[in-house]
Ligand binder design. Structure first.
Ligand code: ZN
Length: 381
């Protein structure tokens, strides 16, 4: 059996004389008007679990490909941020913010909705299928009309160019110390529930707009933005795009990564990208909750954090989550400050280091109800 796997190298514009970086994309299956899935890892280059999952997923797909079992088109970008992955400083790989302008590599991705709306406003039809085709054509035209010169902007444009027409987009990340959790667009729920269920995600967070356009939203949000703009024509949420947080930065093992790769494989199989029958879908651990319901536990003072709750543990309203200890605090009672919370939920992520400074986010708790005090930006820096 012939393999369908191909690899392509994409050059980024040189930000410095004589320095050119390369992004590699790998493609399985033939892309002739069928379904397309796109998966990338390491947009935050300092988050290693996704790279290892990609390694195991490619092994699984190589086998399926050799068996002629790839039914759709599957595009993988195993190392999505060649800029960030080179950001070594003092023996630590940084990888989250562009050194040039401090912009987070997973924020401020492209919002094509206004330009696409202009192109399609008089051409929308009466079926969802023809509108999906029309909108994807318009997205291609808008993307084709852009020529970003800045290296990081070029990278963001390139990643969207590789994925704008995908039915499924998975962006693999991780948190500091965390249980597996998934970010999804609210309009994708509950149709997309098979993703967190198969992955064994303990928390699924839903938002229509997180306010900062991470990459997964650049792929999916445009569909409901256009649906709101043109309420009389059928426009479905045609891209199931998710950010998958593969636990914490140190959760890197062949056991975990091969399990995650297998779950992604089964999800793709159930969705018709790989021939064969996937086993019954596991039950979802916990129902989805609003991203607006996530409580960011902030340090009230400087000191050392001592956590009393592990990632994945349920927290009751008012329970002690951690203490901030400062041996130099002048008043005796200020030497140990207890952090208690008003909301109940799952503590799904916490800082890996143990330093507190006033306002620093130390942990995240997913509550069931939207929090009123949340502003427009629902994500951390
Ligand atoms: Zn990340």
């Amino acid at each position: 059996m012939m393999t369908t796997r191909t690899a392509e190298k994409h050059l980024l514009p040189a930000a410095s004389m004589g320095n050119t970086r390369t992004l590699t994309s790998i493609r399985y299956g033939v892309g002739s008007g069928g379904k397309k899935a796109y998966i990338q890892a390491g947009l935050h280059a300092d988050e290693p679990p996704g790279f290892l999952v990609m390694h195991h997923l490619m092994q699984r797909l190589d086998h399926a490909d050799a068996d002629g079992a790839i039914a759709g088109e599957i595009v993988l970008v195993p190392v999505a941020n060649p800029i960030g992955v080179a950001q070594w400083r003092d023996e630590i790989l940084q990888g989250r913010f562009d050194f040039y302008n401090s912009i987070n590599f997973n924020r401020q991705h492209l919002d094509l909705s206004a330009q696409v709306a202009d192109r399609i406003k008089d051409r929308l039809g009466d079926t969802a299928e023809e509108n999906v085709t029309l909108i994807r054509q318009a997205m291609a035209e808008v993307l084709g009309s852009m020529a970003p010169a800045d290296e990081a902007e070029y990278l963001k444009h390139l990643l969207l160019l590789l994925s704008y027409d995908a039915d499924i987009v998975l962006d693999l990340h991780c948190d500091d110390q965390a249980v597996l959790h998934v970010y999804l667009g609210t309009p994708l729920w509950p149709d997309a529930a098979d993703l967190p269920a198969q992955l064994g995600a303990q928390v699924t967070l839903l938002a229509e707009d997180s306010g900062v356009t991470p990459y997964d939203e650049a792929c999916s949000r445009i569909w409901w933005q256009l649906a709101q703009r043109f309420p009389h024509q059928p426009i479905p949420p045609a891209c199931l795009s998710a950010t998958v947080e593969l636990r914490g930065t140190a959760d890197v093992s062949h056991e975990l990564a091969s399990g995650d790769a297998e779950n992604i494989f089964l999800f793709l199989q159930r969705r018709g990208f790989i021939r064969g029958r996937a086993p019954d879908l596991p039950e979802l651990c916990n129902d989805a909750t609003p991203l607006r319901g996530v409580e960011h536990i902030k340090a009230p003072a400087s000191g050392i954090v001592v956590f009393f709750k592990e990632p994945g543990e349920r927290v009751e309203a008012g329970e002690v989550i951690a203490e901030i200890v400062n041996p130099l605090a002048s008043a005796k009672k200020a030497r140990v400050i207890r952090i208690t919370r008003s909301i109940a939920g799952i503590l799904f992520a916490r800082k890996a280091d143990r330093y507190a400074r006033p306002g620093r986010v130390l942990a995240k708790i997913s509550g069931k109800k939207p929090l009123k005090k949340k502003g427009e930006n629902l994500l951390t820096l």
